[in-house]
Design a protein around this ligand. Structure first.
Ligand code: PA5
Length: 431
């Protein structure tokens, strides 16, 4: 029998999978034993592919050589911008949104335009001082219709208030895409998107780090945190001590054995809500193929206790739950003891908001465990740039290994491409 370490401790988080194992029954550990070979080959394959240059996201965290250029670009943009309009979508925007949740308010302000809405976008363009706004268009392919449409509109609006050449930056892969040609023709600053880096695996590249640097985040610490996760996962003494590989194997096992194909990621921290969205895209677009896949369900605590948890506890037993919790920092906001005691709320007296959130998370996890539902906890030791970097790397590796175990290519998105072709066709057919 394999000794599956229930708690894998890494520098920035601890993963506890005891609830996943329990939900697989007494045979939990022996079940996972049969997966060891798959995990080993998955990790070895990932390493090989990275060494061949096919998975730059795995080595990126350990490489800091591009950071000065990213920082310089951010400083040049920030020098004459109060606002930055980030135009991009999917893998070109969700990582930046997740990182932005860590930033304190300041200048420049970042506005992410990824889900197009005429009235919302128009309102934003009206509110901004376009003479002090920088347009940052991010598109790996350089041909995504939403990004091009928003760029053409924003560029035209901004041009009408003065020369724009120095106030547009395009992050796009080399080649002859429309965005690339437009950037060269109009004299935008162009930063290369690595062609080998898929959109949803690009958060640790310039795609996520340029917006992060613009917001004043420490981009080296983001990479450092990610590097710690990569090293812990790839150099683990045994495959079952690689936190993301173990997480992937158990998720696939729960899906195949118990039919628990919905992967709920419930973060007990407001600043991780956008991270859950980033995870949702990564897991869905990478794993949903050929009739197979696991469906991500981003969730947020404690608010979703009052929205989703009834279903989670008492509805169909088709879900596996990952809770992301925080070792809370010393309390900033505390419930006044005298007032709470006066209201017979002794259990709240002197407690902090952090205590309340943490106890709510523990209570929900325990309630699920009591019902035999599969629960895993990823407890972040701190939520800062390094902690978030560590989470990004964990889930990219977990996705890669899950793809390997499911026998699908985690890096393409053939079905989405068809929709893009049809959308272009319908637009050109309009009268
Ligand atoms: O992960 C992916 O590949 C996609 O979600 C893309 O990021 C998204 O479609 C945007 O593509 P692009 O960056 O080419 O504009």
């Amino acid at each position: 029998m394999v000794n599956v370490s229930e708690g894998v401790v890494t520098r920035h988080y601890t993963q506890n999978v005891s609830g996943f194992l329990a939900a697989l029954g007494e045979s939990g550990e022996s079940v996972i034993e049969s997966r060891i070979r798959g995990i080993e080959t998955g990790l070895a394959r990932l390493q090989d592919e990275a060494e061949q240059g096919l998975r730059p996201w795995l080595f990126l965290p350990g490489d800091k050589s591009d950071l000065p250029a990213i920082q310089e670009a951010a400083e040049a943009i920030a020098a004459d911008a109060d606002d930055v309009l980030l135009l991009g979508t999917g893998g070109s925007s969700l990582g930046a949104r997740a990182l932005a949740s860590l930033a304190a308010a300041g200048r420049p302000r970042l506005h992410v335009v990824d889900n197009l809405s005429g009235p919302v976008f128009e309102g934003l363009l009206r509110r901004l001082d376009l003479t002090r706004t920088h347009i940052l268009a991010i598109s790996k392919s350089g041909g995504t219709v939403e990004t091009l449409a928003s760029l053409l509109i924003a560029f035209e609006a901004a041009k009408s208030v003065g020369g724009m050449a120095g106030r547009v930056t395009a992050v796009v892969e080399p080649g002859g895409s429309i965005l690339r040609k437009l950037a060269e023709a109009e004299g935008y600053r162009v930063i290369d998107h690595d062609p080998a880096l898929g959109g949803r695996f690009s958060v640790l590249s310039v795609v996520g780090l340029l917006p992060a640097a613009l917001l004043g985040l420490d981009i080296e610490r983001i990479r450092d945190g990610a590097e710690a996760s990569v090293r812990a996962a790839m150099d683990a003494p045994s495959p079952l001590e690689s936190a993301p590989a173990l997480g992937a194997a158990l998720a696939v096992e729960l899906a195949e054995r118990n039919g628990q194909t919905l992967s709920v990621l419930m973060c007990y921290e407001d600043r991780l809500a956008r991270f859950a969205d980033w995870y949702g895209q990564l897991w869905a677009e990478s794993l949903g193929k050929e009739g197979k896949g696991l469906t991500p369900v981003p969730a947020l605590g404690p608010v979703d206790q009052h929205s989703q948890v009834q279903l989670y506890l008492d509805g169909p037993r088709d879900k596996a739950f990952t809770f992301v919790t925080l070792d809370q920092p010393p309390a900033a906001l505390t419930i006044p003891p005298a007032v709470a005691a006066g209201l017979n709320l002794g259990y709240l007296a002197g407690r902090s908001i952090a205590d309340l959130v943490d106890c709510s998370g523990r209570a929900t996890m325990d309630a699920m465990a009591e019902r035999g539902l599969p629960v895993r906890e990823i407890r972040l030791h701190g939520l800062d740039e390094a902690g978030l970097g560590a989470l990004f790397a964990h889930f990219m590796i977990e996705t890669a290994i899950a793809g390997h175990l499911l026998g699908i290519d985690a890096y393409d998105q053939p079905a989405v491409e068809r929709g893009k072709v049809l959308a272009r066709q319908y637009l050109s057919e309009m009268g």
